[in-house]
Structures are given as C-alpha cells and as structure tokens.
Design a protein around this ligand. Structure first.
Ligand code: EPU
Length: 343
C-alpha cells in the first residue's frame, strides 16, 4: 500500500491526481488482507486502464489497481473456443493475442483503450459489435462480502455502454478478476457492414477479409479519427450518443435535413453526439488546456495540465449549446469521480 500516490500515468486523460492510498492487486488472494478496510465504508475506487475516467486532483480514499494478468484457453471445440483473461490484461494486447491464435470475434473492438476487466463494466463497443456479443461469463470479487461471484451474460444486464456494474449502487463494489469469451475459429464469420470498414477494405482491395484484416482496418480508422492519449490526454467518447423520440427527430429533420441517425428500438432514434457538437461549432475549439478534438468532436482532450474541474466546465458549455440548438440533453459517458473532495 502506498500513500499519496500520483495517478498521472494511470489515467489516459493524464490528470495529475493524488490518491490518499494506492495498492496494485496482482492476484485475487491479495484482496483478503484489505477486506476489513474495504468493508469500512471509506471511499474506494477500482482502477483498470484508467481510460474512461475523469479523476479529481485529490482522491481521499483507496485506489485498487486491477493488475491481475493471465490469458488461458479454457475449452476448444471444432468451431469455437473459450478464452479466459485476467481483469488487468490490456484490452488491445488481448485482442491481438486472440487474433494471433486464429480466434475471431474481437476484431471490431481492436485498439479500444482500457483493460479486460473494465470492458464489461461499460459494455465497450465499436463498428457494429459490442462486448456482450462475445461475452460468456465473468468472475468478480464482491468487496462488501469478500465472496467470489460469477456473472452470466444475462446477470451483467448489458445495455449501450452500460451494465449492472455501472449502476450507482454497484459502482466500485466488484473487482472483476477474470472474463471468459466465446470466440470463433471460423475465419469468415465477420461483421463488416459498418461503412468505414467497408471503405477501408475496398481501398486495400481485400475481397475475402480475415479477422486480422478487419482488425487492421479498425486500427487504421481509429488512428485517423481518435487522438493518441499519449499525445493528447483523452477518454475516448466523452458523451454517449443520445437516444430521442421519433417525433422529436422528425421535428429536427425539418429544420436540419442532414441530421444523421441510427435506429434505436420502437419509436426511438439515436443521434450521433459528435455531429451535434460539430454543428454547434465546437470541433477544434480550445479554452486554456482543454479542447474539443479537431478530427472527432465527441472527444475532449487535455492539451496539458488540465484539471477535472476545467474539463467538466468545458463539457458543460458544450452540453448547454447542444441543448439550446437541438433540445437534446447530452449525457457524459466518462466516469467523473466527484471533484468536491479536497485533502
Ligand atoms: N460526426 C460529425 N462530426 C464529428 C464526429 C462525428 O459530423 O466531429 C458524424 C459522423 O460523420 C457520423 C456520425 O457523426 O455521421 C458518427 O460518427 P462516428 O462514426 O465517428 O461514430 P460515433 O457515433 O461518434 C461511436 C462510439 C465510438 C466508436 C464509434 C465506432 C459512442 C459514444 N461512441 O462513435 O466509441 O468507436 O462509434 O463504432 O457510442 C468510445 O466509446 O469511447 C468510442 C470511441
């Protein structure tokens, strides 16, 4: 356990947050000694890759860093394989490992920052695929009881960037020790319907793509649109894509005929937040150390030295403009840890 630990290199926004206490967990057994403290109601934050997090300058509790790392083939059948990975394994490295073994299923989610253990918390997704599509089960340590619990796909209550673990009453209550995935050994069971992937494959004249080809396309698209957090601190999409009623959408369409949309269930429509923010003129704008990324308006970047309070204030201005122009309330996707607490 370390006191007054600087988390700057452990969060992709690059915020120099100080944790009152920090401990790295490499094996689930290491948690047993910490249980009395974890059950004492003092604040606790579970840290994975720190890629969807907005940290305050000072965190007054204990930061539990999930560093449980292993990858194991649990079961292999003719066409399918079950792979289990530790919660602390880097997500993209895991995706590359599965592809090297010839296992498909994760290729559309290549290059998403973060860890295996954080992936189910917000049901990560990209280019038409979500974690829930390949997820089998997970094991988590319930901090309030010290018990290991197994969660099936259904138990996780996956939604759009949402799960059981994201609900306020469950947040930071479970350390996800391992996740099992059901992957395919069939080379051509691919999901390439997303326009940008098709364009990329056509551009490279690939007619019969392999999972590796799809991953390479995804990596290229992401690199061209999303900033590298090592250069511009960021947490990917800062906002969720809002879902509005069909009636509201139709009304907006008369005023803004080019407004893009995706289907989102009965009488509902999903609108890309990046488009709304872009149309409000925020793309590439900067205030002090905080900015709206020049190639993707959905991403807020730290140009160096920004605090969570400054980033939140900037995002509030964006939300206000979108509300005024479109009558749509944006919801932050990033997990903002309370900034009201001071040392
Ligand atoms: N758009 C603009 N201006 C912008 C950004 C986007 O007009 O600055 C328009 C695009 O032209 C397009 C639409 O908005 O018509 C959607 O943009 P894009 O395809 O880039 O995807 P997105 O909806 O902005 C979502 C996810 C990403 C994921 C991509 C690809 C959310 C909140 N974001 O972004 O996920 O990589 O789709 O599937 O659902 C993340 O969650 O951190 C993340 C990066």
């Amino acid at each position: 356990m370390q006191a007054n630990y600087n988390l700057k290199s452990l969060n992709t926004f690059g915020i120099a947050a100080i944790a009152a206490q920090y401990v790295a967990i490499h094996h689930p057994d290491e948690l047993s000694q910490l249980l009395p403290q974890l059950q004492s109601n003092s604040p606790c934050l579970i840290l994975g890759g720190g890629s969807n997090l907005l940290l305050p300058d000072y965190y007054p509790g204990l930061v539990l860093h999930n560093c449980i790392k292993f990858i194991k083939v649990v079961e292999e059948r003719e066409n399918e394989v079950i792979v289990r990975a530790g919660g602390g394994v880097n997500w993209h490295e895991f995706v590359l490992w599965t592809l090297q073994q010839g296992f498909g299923g994760l290729e559309n989610m290549a290059l998403i920052p973060g860890t295996v253990g954080a992936a189910p918390v917000q049901n990560i997704g990209a280019y038409g695929r979500e974690l829930k599509d390949v997820f089998l089960r997970l094991e988590a340590l319930e901090l309030s009881t010290g018990k290991t619990r197994t969660f099936s796909n259904e138990d996780c209550q996956f939604g759009y960037r949402d799960s059981f673990f994201k609900q306020p009453e469950n947040r930071n209550g479970f350390l996800i020790t391992s996740v099992s995935f059901l992957l395919t050994k069939q080379k051509h069971q691919l999901y390439t319907h997303y326009g940008a992937i098709q364009e990329q494959l056509e551009h490279k004249q690939i007619k019969q793509p392999s999972p590796q080809d799809v991953a390479a396309a995804v990596i290229e698209i992401r690199r061209s649109k999303l900033p590298d957090w090592r250069i511009y601190g960021n947490a990917g999409s800062f906002f969720k894509n809002p879902v509005i009623s069909e009636a509201h959408f139709k009304q907006l369409q008369t005023q803004f005929p080019s407004i893009p949309s995706y289907p989102a269930g009965t009488s509902q429509v999903k609108v890309p937040a990046g488009w709304l923010i872009d149309q409000c003129g925020w793309k590439g704008q900067r205030q002090g150390a905080v900015g709206c990324y020049k190639h993707q308006a959905l991403v807020i970047v730290n140009h160096g030295g920004a605090t969570a309070a400054e980033i939140l204030a900037f995002s509030t201005l964006i939300m206000k403009d979108v509300q005024e122009k479109y009558g749509i309330e944006l919801e932050r996707e990033v997990n903002a840890i309370s900034t009201t607490l001071t040392p």
